[in-house]
Design a protein around this ligand. Structure first.
Ligand SMILES: Cc1cc2nc3c(=O)[nH]c(=O)nc-3n(C[C@H](O)[C@H](O)[C@H](O)COP(=O)(O)OP(=O)(O)OC[C@H]3O[C@@H](n4cnc5c(N)ncnc54)[C@H](O)[C@@H]3O)c2cc1C
Length: 495
């Protein structure tokens, strides 16, 4: 569509070809197929940054095993309210995927999601007691009441034999298990979402298009200044709405936007690495995701885990993450990214966040200086007899740890995802990467509400969204949850 002779015009431009833009564009098209949407990606294909399979851990984050969602309160009780929220958000993603499979837009759910049991595993009496308290709280709630708990070495040997090799009876440890956990190949999923956009909704992604700047127009719309990386030409496109779904690149682009809501945001890049197993025999001996506990001062993203993965058409085994340092905000970013992100407006937040998070800095420095042998020693806390020759390093995705202005501390680290938007919702941006891809559908519904309230308010669109996502704006009861869990388990073939 061309609104005036000099510029192309769109209802919505999504910057970035990752899982977030895919969810937003597809949901928007499903409720209003005649929306004119453009997706711009600077690389040669979709899902090449954080959404790529090896760049993330592929965990369907539903709080079944990640202990950071269940903090221990001052009175010694374990809070599960955050876990309930994460679990519900992942079920929303599963409902969306089930709809796509049901309509045969996605032919084989096994191409991106598999049932892999989720375990939490801890050592030492204090941690074992904590895990038992979490189990007691979980088993009372219908979202988690299928949990099992044990302190018995023999039971753990059944659940994750590789970790229990060479363990002595009498060692103090405990574990919990929820069978219905999942392993998700977000890379394959993202590619399929973009195929649906192209084939069913005539919305292909434009590649090698780098969005350099976003400027407001007098009529309330926005202009994207884009560089075609092949022809090196620059051009402008006008849009009613813009979504910055640029992953690690989002902060730099947000800083070009003239809205006061962006002020005070900063970011610090943290790169990641996995140890990946090369020994087929070991790979076949482990079936599960086993999450342990992060150190007392370590950030939640540092929680070590040993995971079964399904990537490149085969079962894999992966341990990590290890943090590293690179000044780039994207794997395919520039070494100047960090420097370019520092502005007069975010210096106080950045300094405040560092000053109040010295243990985090210490953790990062320690991680960066770890050798391959040091990393193998960390793995040996899980797999006691792990041999160096069976494992190799694989570089993971680049995270940008969000820093937000804080009245008291100057700046604070934000570990969740954060939607930043202008007052009229015409420009929206997603910062942060946790819980990440698992909750993309819920987060993009939030973006849709901010950007297109007039669409969401229409009864027929609400009904359409509830047909796609039965939980959307509904109260979840035990019966509703159990029925939906059964339905999505059947459709996604997760029995
Ligand atoms: C180490 C690690 C482990 C993780 N583990 C999990 C997990 O187990 N489970 C989970 O659910 N989530 C996990 N995540 C988070 C998850 O990967 C991310 O939240 C999710 O992939 C982000 O998707 P996105 O679309 O926002 O970004 P991305 O997938 O990074 O896509 C952004 C795209 O924007 C493009 N782009 C950037 N700037 C521009 C520009 N200026 N112009 C045009 N294009 C641009 C990039 O090239 C890229 O293709 C993990 C992340 C990391 C790094």
């Amino acid at each position: 569509m061309t609104k005036n002779s000099s510029k192309e015009y769109y209802d919505l431009i999504c910057v970035g070809g990752g899982i977030m833009s895919a969810n937003l564009a597809l949901l928007a098209k499903m409720i209003k197929p005649d929306l004119n949407i453009l997706i711009l990606e600077r690389l040669e294909a979709v899902a090449k940054e954080s959404s790529a399979a090896w760049n993330n851990a592929g965990t369907g984050h539903s709080a079944l095993c990640e202990l950071n969602y269940c903090p221990e309160e001052d009175d010694g009780s374990v809070s599960i309210s955050k876990a309930l929220e994460i679990c519900k958000q992942f079920e929303i993603s599963k409902q969306f995927w089930s709809y796509l499979v049901d309509k045969e837009f996605i032919k084989d759910p096994g191409s991106f999601i598999k049932k892999v049991p989720h375990h939490s595993w801890v050592t030492g009496i204090k941690n074992a007691d904590y895990l038992e308290k979490r189990y007691e709280a979980f088993k009372e709630h219908y979202m988690f009441n299928t949990i099992s708990f044990t302190r018995e070495i023999s039971k753990m040997k059944e659940w994750f034999p590789l970790i229990m090799r060479e363990r002595e009876e009498g060692e103090v440890m405990a574990a919990s298990r929820i069978e219905r956990g999942t392993e998700v190949n977000y890379g394959t999923l993202t590619q399929q979402l973009y195929k649906i956009l192209e084939n069913e909704y005539n919305t292909p992604v434009k590649f090698y298009q780098d969005v350099e700047d976003l400027d407001p127009l007098e009529n309330g719309n926005w202009t994207a200044i884009v560089k075609d990386l092949k022809s090196k030409e620059k051009y402008q496109i006008e849009a009613d709405h813009i979504f910055i779904g640029a992953g690690g690149g989002a902060l730099l682009l947000l800083e070009t936007v003239e809205i006061e809501e962006k002020d005070g945001f900063g970011g610090f890049p943290v790169s990641g690495e996995w140890l990946v197993c090369k020994n087929e025999e070991l790979i076949s001996q482990h079936n599960g995701k086993v999450y342990s506990k992060a150190g007392p001062d370590d950030p939640p993203m540092s929680t070590p885990h040993l995971d079964t993965r399904y990537i490149d058409g085969k079962r894999q085994l992966m341990f990590g993450p290890f943090a590293g340092f690179s000044p780039k905000f994207l794997k395919e970013g520039s070494n100047l990214d960090l420097l370019k992100s520092v502005t007069f407006k975010n210096i106080p937040s950045m300094l405040g966040a560092f000053w109040h998070n010295l243990p985090l800095t210490k953790y990062l420095v320690h991680q960066v200086t770890m050798s391959f042998d040091d990393r193998m020693d960390d793995l040996r806390k899980f797999v006691k007899d792990a041999k160096n020759e069976d494992w190799e390093i694989q570089v993971a995705g680049q995270r940008v740890q969000t820093i937000k202005r804080d009245e008291f501390e100057g700046g604070k680290l934000e570990f969740g995802t954060q939607i930043v938007s202008g007052a009229d919702g015409k420009i929206t941006c997603l910062l942060g990467a946790s819980p990440g891809a698992s909750t993309a559908t819920k987060v993009m519904l939030d973006v849709l509400e901010k950007a297109f309230p007039e669409l969401i308010d229409k009864d027929e669109n609400l009904s359409r969204l509830q047909e796609i996502i039965p939980y959307y704006k509904k109260e979840i009861t035990k019966g509703f949850f159990e029925n939906e869990l059964k339905r999505t388990t059947d459709i996604l073939n997760l029995k």
